[in-house]
Each structure stands twice: as structure tokens, then as C-alpha cells.
Design a protein around this ligand. Structure first.
Ligand code: NAP
Length: 208
């Protein structure tokens, strides 16, 4: 069991995780080392209202897969906060809850760097910026100067604290994994074995 109360720097890896894959896990690991985090809380979304619902598994199943994915890793934890909360999932609410639960910790929300260009359209972005440092991974060769410019703009207009980190490009996506399942192709090495077995046992993503 992770002793999160003792963590001073907590990473939060939020995601739809439909399903969770090796890219998500490596990103969390990378962020932990880059920012000197004590650990990372994986936070599967409840209702990702900005995402297509057609291929969406229930939160309880995405949560189960996330738990299997991080099994045995002391510095990784998994929270059911968003899945249990119900309604649309808003990151600012999650950050407020976590800040109450862990008042002495600094929160680091881990994201792909593209999100810097959309986060102002999320719900209550100012509250998001107030409660965390954004740890943004540039993973597809997006020019660092462009990201740096956006970082400065968000800092100026919203007081955002953003750390940019270079991250290797891994061509893994949940969309591709679901397509492979549908086509009866292997997803070995794209997701942890426990997750692969769970997906197979439950015939997920076959008939969507
Ligand atoms: P997701 O598709 O499951 O992805 C989770 C994270 O992993 C994203 O930051 C994504 O970056 C990154 N990622 C995916 N594949 C990767 C790979 N191969 N290598 C490295 N990184 C990879 O989750 P999501 O739907 O984007 O949601 C992310 C978080 O944003 C969630 O916590 C969600 O609640 C939050 N969100 C909040 C609001 C709001 O509050 N209004 C709105 C939208 C999203 P990319 O995005 O670059 O793929």
C-alpha cells in the first residue's frame, strides 16, 4: 500500500484510460523522475464529457484495468474519486479534493503538452492552475519554442505554473488498442499483461 500522506510532491495522472496502456505508464514514470515526485496517483475519469462515448467502457471497468496496470508498484496509486463522484468529470474538482486530502503536498497534474492549447476551454481553468503545477510532456516533436511561448502566455494571463518536459514519442494510443481488439489482433506489449488478460476474459472492445 502506498503511504500517500507522506508524499510531498504528488503526481496526478488523469486519463480516460480506455484502456490504460504502456504510454500512460511510461509518462507517469518519466514525470516522476523529471520533477522528483514521490509518487503518482492514477485517476481514471468518471464521465469524460469531451470524449466520444461510443467505445467507452464504464468507469468501474476502466478503474479495474488501471488497478491491474499499476499492481505491485509502490509509488503508483489509483484513485476512484472521479469514477465515484458521478456527473461530468472536472479536473478542478479533483484537484480541490486532493488538496483537502493532502494539504501539505504540492500537486503536479501530468498531461500531454497539446493540452496547453486546449486547457483554457476546460471547466474553470483558473482553479486548475491555482491548485497544481502542470507537468506537460512534449511527445510528438512539437517545437519547444512554441510550447515555451504558450507556457509564458498561460503564466502571464492565469498565473499558471507549468513545467515542460521532453518525452519520447511512443506510437501507442487507446484508440489503436481498441481497433486491434476489434480486429482480433494482439495487444501484447502495448498494455501490461494483466490488463491484456482482463480485456480478453471480458471480451472488451470486440463488438463496439
Ligand atoms: P487519455 O486519452 O486516457 O490520456 C491520458 C493522458 O495520457 C493524456 O495526457 C495523454 O496526452 C497521455 N497519453 C496518451 N497516449 C500517450 C502516449 N502514447 N505517450 C504519452 N502520453 C500519452 O485521457 P484524456 O481524455 O486526454 O484526459 C486527460 C485528463 O484531462 C483527464 O484527467 C481528464 O479528466 C482531463 N480533462 C479535464 C477536462 C475538464 O476539466 N473540463 C477536460 C478535458 C480533459 P494527449 O492528450 O497528448 O494524448
Amino acid at each position: 500500500m502506498s503511504d500517500i500522506e507522506t508524499w510531498e510532491k504528488i503526481g496526478i495522472m488523469g486519463g480516460t484510460f480506455n484502456p490504460i496502456h504502456m504510454g500512460h505508464l511510461l509518462l507517469a514514470q518519466w514525470a516522476m523522475e523529471e520533477a522528483g515526485l514521490n509518487g503518482v496517483i492514477f485517476m481514471p475519469t468518471g464521465n469524460s464529457y469531451m470524449k466520444d462515448k461510443i467505445e467507452m467502457l464504464p468507469g468501474s471497468e476502466r478503474l479495474a484495468m488501471t488497478r491491474l496496470a499499476i499492481h505491485g508498484r509502490e509509488c503508483f496509486s489509483c484513485s476512484d474519486l472521479e469514477v465515484k463522484r458521478g456527473g461530468n468529470t472536472y479536473t478542478y474538482e479533483t484537484l480541490e479534493s486532493l488538496q483537502c486530502m493532502y494539504p501539505r503536498a504540492r500537486l503536479y497534474f501530468i498531461v500531454g503538452a497539446d493540452c496547453l492549447f486546449s486547457i483554457e476551454n476546460w471547466y474553470r481553468p483558473d482553479k486548475i492552475f491555482r491548485h497544481c503545477t502542470l507537468l506537460a510532456a512534449s511527445r510528438d516533436g512539437a517545437p519547444m519554442e512554441m510550447l515555451e511561448e504558450k507556457r509564458r502566455e498561460l503564466a502571464k494571463h492565469h498565473g499558471a505554473d507549468i513545467l515542460l518536459m521532453a518525452f519520447p514519442n511512443m506510437e501507442i494510443s487507446s484508440t489503436d488498442i481498441r481497433r486491434r481488439c476489434r480486429e482480433g489482433r494482439s495487444i501484447q506489449y502495448l498494455v501490461p499483461d494483466r490488463v491484456r488478460e482482463y480485456i480478453a476474459q471480458n471480451h472488451f472492445y470486440k463488438n463496439l
